[in-house]
Design a protein around this ligand. Structure first.
Ligand code: C2E
Ligand code: CA
Ligand code: CA
Ligand code: CA
Length: 279
């Protein structure tokens, strides 16, 4: 028995070492990737009820020379744990704001918004507010074209500090969006007390809408609630015309999903927006 225990412990330790090794290796690779410019932003269209393009959500992609495109699910958590999310998040914001400034020069893209994901640890940095201000000033982006997405989990710990930061940046003119709404521990109380402008219904509700009565009920309730509270409501993960039709009929404001386009390189997105405005 003792022998089995020792062997088991040995196996666990070996596994942990492998894990730690790949962990540090991955961290190092991410640092190099950031320095080398291997991270890119892709843009996924958001449309209104008449299918006009409102803007895009900026989604991070890692172009790794050996592994191809690595999706954020594979590296965001590690970036948060290692603190790399701070320079990476800065880069995302700078890139998106620079894009907004470029789009502002072209009639077809002038009115588009960009939504940027902000991770909890990035938001919790004491200098988050001045950093964002600095990036806006430096790029010359119009703050009213920028939306920052936060997830509900962020407010469990320190809702008051969060509300203060959000208000400070809202005064500058940007807008706040609550991402993945309905999946976390959100309370309606929170919604009432935070300076939020937009809510994004999580795609799990949207995808089950057609088959599940309950999900349909939740979505309709959220739509009514948002319209009462004056919040802009975006449905994520819209994949079918039927989902789009239902959400439209119920009064949803914005729509995002594969039905309108996957996240794509910026030149492709700009072309889409230009074609749409010419039509
Ligand atoms: P998210 O913010 O909820 O982003 C939406 C995710 O759903 C994206 O996955 C998008 O490609 C995917 N999606 C969009 N439409 C559809 C659809 O119709 N059907 C389905 N099945 N999926 C759809 P992606 O790009 O892999 O990103 C995953 C997550 O990684 C994001 O979830 C976000 O939490 C995080 N992330 C992405 N970029 C950034 C970033 O720049 N900073 C931070 N902190 N997190 C990011
Ligand atoms: Ca998001
Ligand atoms: Ca989401
Ligand atoms: Ca509405």
């Amino acid at each position: 028995n003792a022998i089995t225990a020792v062997i088991a412990l040995g196996v666990v330790l070996t596994l942990m070492q492998v894990d730690m090794a790949s962990y540090h290796q991955l961290e190092g690779e991410m640092r190099r990737a950031l320095a080398r410019g291997d991270f890119r932003l892709h843009y996924q269209p958001q449309v209104d009820p008449s299918r006009r393009i409102l803007g895009a959500e900026a989604l991070l992609r890692w172009f790794n020379p050996d592994h191809g495109i690595i999706p954020p699910a594979k590296f965001i958590t590690l970036a948060e744990e290692t603190g790399l999310i701070v320079p990476l998040g800065d880069w995302v914001l700078r890139t998106a704001c620079a894009q907004l400034a470029l789009w502002a020069e072209i009639p077809a893209t002038r009115d588009l918004t960009i939504s940027v994901n902000v991770s909890a640890s990035q938001f919790r940095q004491p200098d988050f507010v001045p950093r964002v201000r600095e990036i806006l000033a430096h790029t010359g982006a119009d703050p009213s074209r920028l939306k920052l997405e936060l997830t509900e989990s962020l407010f469990v710990r320190d809702p008051d500090v969060a509300a203060e930061k959000m208000s400070a940046l809202r005064d500058v003119g940007l807008r706040w969006s609550l991402d993945d709404f309905g999946t976390g521990y959100s309370s309606l109380h929170m919604l009432r007390n935070l300076p939020v402008d937009e809510i994004k219904i999580d795609k799990t509700f949207v995808s089950r809408m057609a088959s599940e009565e309950q999900d349909r009920a939740i979505v309709r309730l959220l739509i009514d609630m948002c319209s009462t509270l004056g919040l802009f409501l975006v449905a994520e993960g819209v994949e079918t015309e039927e989902q789009y039709r239902l959400l439209q009929a119920w009064g949803c404001d914005g729509f995002q999903g594969y039905l309108f386009g996957k996240a794509m390189p910026v030149f492709q997105f700009s072309r889409l927006a230009e074609a749409a405005s010419a039509a």
